[in-house]
Every structure is written in C-alpha cells, then in structure tokens.
Write a protein that binds this ligand. Structure first.
Ligand SMILES: NC(=O)c1ccc[n+]([C@@H]2O[C@H](COP(=O)([O-])OP(=O)(O)OC[C@H]3O[C@@H](n4cnc5c(N)ncnc54)[C@H](O)[C@@H]3O)[C@@H](O)[C@H]2O)c1
Length: 248
C-alpha cells in the first residue's frame, strides 16, 4: 500500500506564503503538483476583508487553503498596549476567521475542500512575553473546532498544525543565540528545533486526500516538546553541538 500525498490538478492558496513555514509549504505543494497562489503582503492583507475576498474571487475553484499568515513580537505582559494586542489578534485570529469563512463559501458549492490552519504549541502553553500571540493561537483552536463542526456536512475538512520552535525569520532572534537555544532545546525530546519543511510536510498531509477522514485535528509538530513534562536533556547524558543536543 502507498500513502498518496499528491496535488496533481489541485489549486491551493497559502496565506503568508512568502516566508518561513508558508514559503516551504508553497515549495512542497508545487513539488507535489499543485498550482499554488501566495496570499501575502503587500498585495493581500488578511486583515482587509475586501482585499482577501477580491483575491479569492480572482481564482477559479480552490481545493485547499492554508491559513498560515501570522505575526509575533515578544512584549512583556505589563507593557503590551491595546494596540499591540489588537493588531496581533487582527492578523493571527481574525485573519484566520476571515480566510476560513471566505474559503468555505468558495468550497461549499463543490461539497469538498480542505483547510489547514497554522496554530502553535503556544495554543496550549503560556510562553512569557507573548500574551497577545498566545491568546490568538489559543483562539485559532476555537476556529478549528467550530469550522470543522460546521463545515463537515459540506465535505470540507479543517485541521491545524501546532509547530514548536521552527527556524524562520520570525524566530531568528532565538536562532542567533546558541546559549538560548541550548536551554530551550533541553526541553525537547528530539533535542533540536524544527525546519520549515518539517511543518510543510505535516500541512501537506492534512491538506491532502491521505487525510480524508481527519477533520478537527490539531497536529503537534514540535519534536515532542509538549509531551515532555521535565527536560530530557542535560550535560550528564549529552552535549550541545551545532544547535542539537546529542547523546554523549
Ligand atoms: N516559526 C515558528 O517557530 C512558529 C511556531 C509556531 C507557529 N508559527 C506560525 O507559523 C506561521 C508562519 O510563521 P513563520 O515562522 O513562517 O513566520 P514568517 O515571519 O517567516 O512568515 C509569516 C508570513 O506571514 C505574512 N504576513 C504577516 N502579516 C500578514 C498579513 N496581514 N496578511 C498577509 N500576510 C501576512 C508575512 O509577510 C510573512 O510572509 C505564523 O502563523 C506563526 O505564528 C511559527
């Protein structure tokens, strides 16, 4: 038996597809045969309903939509302003709401379609200095569950990936500091951060027919981070080389 993850003759939209996880997803889906449309700034802004609607209206049928656009800037809880909070919610949460709502309207007529949201491990935890980001990503799971429930009867599946720390422009500050990484990755059973393509592979699976009976699911792509209650790595059992913990 073969697991088929193919996108031959399929049309896919990726929001935030110009960078990082989105860009890796665009590349992978094209390798799998898809026609991929990138919805990203400045041409398409997920905070602007009219722009988003017009971008979808320009397309013919759409088989899959990846609602991935997101922002996240660390700001301490005490100094986060209403404007900081509102902006993050507008892009990361309301942006996903708009994208899913407009995509679903386009898919309903064909009684099929697949939507994948980029949530986060921060949908579940309370990483410091990310109050707005964490609230937005927790909210994305609310959209996930409600949309999967309401769109299932229309043959539209909705799933989410929940990445851990992935090497992208969004996280370059982390990856620029080996000492920070060493501590961060102590808590990750696989002993390292993730690469954008590793998230793209999970997105492609969920978007594809290989996941035909999966909807409402959130798939952690985090090297086991959320499974580990205590740090599996320390200097007694391993060493930190080239951004990885390895057994001694
Ligand atoms: N990198 C990580 O460690 C990580 C972990 C968990 C979740 N995520 C999520 O993955 C997604 C992609 O993040 P990334 O790390 O690839 O970041 P990135 O900064 O490399 O890419 C984000 C993309 O979203 C686009 N974007 C931002 N605001 C937009 C808007 N208003 N309209 C349209 N596009 C917009 C940006 O232009 C950019 O191309 C985000 O939702 C992020 O929260 C990232």
């Amino acid at each position: 038996m073969k697991i088929m993850v193919t996108f031959e003759d399929k049309t896919v939209v990726v929001t935030g597809g110009a960078s990082g996880i989105g860009a890796a997803t665009v590349t992978l889906l094209r390798e799998c045969g898809a026609t991929v449309h990138v919805f990203d700034l400045p041409a398409v802004d997920v905070t602007k309903r009219e722009t988003l609607e017009a971008a979808f209206a320009n397309l013919g049928t759409v088989d899959a939509v990846i609602a991935n656009a997101g922002i996240g800037r660390p700001i301490p809880f005490e100094t986060t302003t209403d404007a900081d909070f509102a902006r993050t919610i507008d892009v990361n949460l309301a942006g996903v709401f708009r994208t899913v709502q407009i995509a679903a309207e386009k898919m309903k007529g064909r009684r099929r379609g697949s939507i994948v949201l980029t949530a986060s491990t921060n949908s579940f935890d309370g990483e410091a200095d990310l109050i707005a980001y964490n609230a937005s990503k927790a909210g994305v799971l609310g959209i996930l569950h409600t949309a999967a429930n309401e769109l299932g009867p229309w043959g539209i599946r909705v799933n989410a990936v929940c990445p851990g720390l992935i090497r992208t422009p969004l996280t370059q500050a982390h990856f620029a500091r080996p000492e920070t990484l060493k501590d961060y990755f102590r808590a990750i059973p696989m002993g390292r951060g993730g690469e954008p393509r590793e998230v793209a592979q999970a997105i492609a699976f969920l978007a594809s027919e290989a996941a035909s009976y999966i909807t409402g699911a959130s798939l952690l792509v985090d090297g086991g981070q959320m499974a580990a209650k205590f740090s599996p790595w320390n200097e007694e059992r391993g060493e930190f080389l080239d951004d990885h913990w390895v057994l001694s």
